[in-house]
Design a protein around this ligand. Structure first.
Ligand code: NAD
Length: 257
C-alpha cells in the first residue's frame, strides 16, 4: 500500500504518538508536515531525518494549536493537506471545583477547538484534490470518563462528536473522517511517570505498569506509537474507503469493560 504523492499534516508531531504516526505515514510513502508550538533546530532536524530515512519530502511548521489562526495558517503553510491527523493534546488532572480556568481553556482549545479549525481549513483542498482522509486522535476518554479529567474528557467526547458530523458532511465525497481512541500508549510522557510511580507505590517497574498504570487496560499492556501509526495508515488505505464517522479503539479492551 502506498501513499506516495499524498501530503500528511500531523499536529503535535515532534514527539510521542504524533511522531510515531508521522513515521508510519512516511514509511507508507506520504510526504509529511510535522508541527508543534516550538521552533527549535531539533524540530526541523526531525523533519530532515524522516525525509532522509524514508525518501519522502518533510517539513516542520511551527504553529500553536491553542490559537485558531495558527491552526488555519498551518494548513496554508503546509502547501497541501491530503491527510490530516489531529493529534496535538495536553492533560491536566484536578477535581472540577478547583480545576484552573486557564487549564480548562487550554485543553478545550488544543485538544478540541484545533480540530475544528484544521478540518475547516483543510476540507476545501481535499475537495479540490478529490481525495482526503481525516484521522482525529481522540482517546478512550472520548468514549468513557475518569474522575478529575473534566476538560480532557469533555474535549475528547467533543472530538468524537465532531468527527461524526464531518463524516456526514463529506459522506458522498471521496473523503473520510474517523477518530482513533487509544488507551494508555507508551510515549516518552508516560515513560517519564514510571520512576515516580514506582517510588510512590514501592513497586518494581513491571508491577507498577500492570497493577497501577494499566489497571483499566485489560490487556495489561501499552499500545505503541507504531500500532497507532499503522491504524492511521489503514484508515488512509483503499480498504478503509467506506469507514467513516466512526471510532477505532486501540486500547487493549478498555472500552469493552
Ligand atoms: P506528547 O506530549 O508526547 O505529545 C503531544 C504533542 O502535542 C507534542 O508534540 C506537543 O509538542 C504537542 N503540543 C502540545 N501543545 C501544543 C500546542 N499548543 N500546539 C501545537 N502542538 C502542541 O503526548 P502523546 O501521548 O503523544 O499525546 C498525543 C495525543 O494522543 C494527544 O491528543 C493525547 O490526548 C492522545 N492520547 C494519548 C494517550 C497516551 O496514553 N499517551 C492515550 C490516549 C490519547
Amino acid at each position: 500500500m502506498t501513499l506516495q504523492g499524498k501530503t500528511a499534516v500531523i499536529t503535535g508531531s515532534n514527539s510521542g504518538i504524533g511522531l510515531g504516526v508521522a513515521r508510519e505515514l512516511a514509511r507508507a510513502g506520504a510526504n509529511v508536515v510535522l508541527n508543534s508550538f516550538t521552533d527549535r533546530d531539533e524540530d526541523h532536524a526531525l523533519a530532515a531525518e524522516l525525509a532522509r530515512e524514508f525518501g519522502i519530502k518533510a517539513q516542520y511548521v511551527q504553529a500553536d494549536m491553542s490559537r485558531g489562526d495558527d491552526c488555519r495558517a498551518l494548513i496554508e503553510k503546509a502547501g497541501a493537506c491530503d491527510i490530516l491527523v489531529n493529534n496535538a493534546g495536553i492533560q491536566h488532572v484536578s477535581p472540577i471545583e478547583s480545576f484552573p480556568q486557564d487549564k480548562w481553556d487550554a485543553i478545550i482549545a488544543i485538544n478540541m477547538n484545533s480540530n475544528f479549525h484544521t478540518m475547516a481549513a483543510a476540507l476545501p483542498g481535499m475537495r479540490a484534490a478529490g481525495w482526503g482522509r481525516i484521522v482525529n486522535i481522540a482517546s478512550a476518554h472520548g468514549l468513557t470518563a475518569s474522575p478529575y479529567k473534566a476538560a480532557y474528557v469533555a474535549a475528547k467526547h467533543g472530538v468524537v462528536g465532531m468527527t461524526k458530523t464531518v463524516a456526514l458532511e463529506t459522506a458522498q465525497e471521496p473523503i473520510t473522517c474517523n477518530a482513533i481512541c487509544p488507551g494508555y500508549v507508551l510515549t516518552p510522557l508516560v515513560e517519564a511517570q514510571i520512576p515516580d510511580t514506582m517510588e510512590k507505590y514501592s513497586m518494581g517497574r513491571e508491577e507498577v505498569i500492570k497493577k497501577v498504570m494499566l489497571e483499566r487496560q485489560p490487556s495489561r499492556d501499552f499500545a505503541t506509537v507504531e500500532q497507532l501509526g499503522g491504524t492511521t495508515v489503514f484508515l488512509c488505505s483503499e480498504a478503509a474507503a467506506q469507514i467513516t464517522g466512526t471510532t477505532i479503539s486501540v486500547d487493549g479492551g478498555w472500552t469493552a469493560l
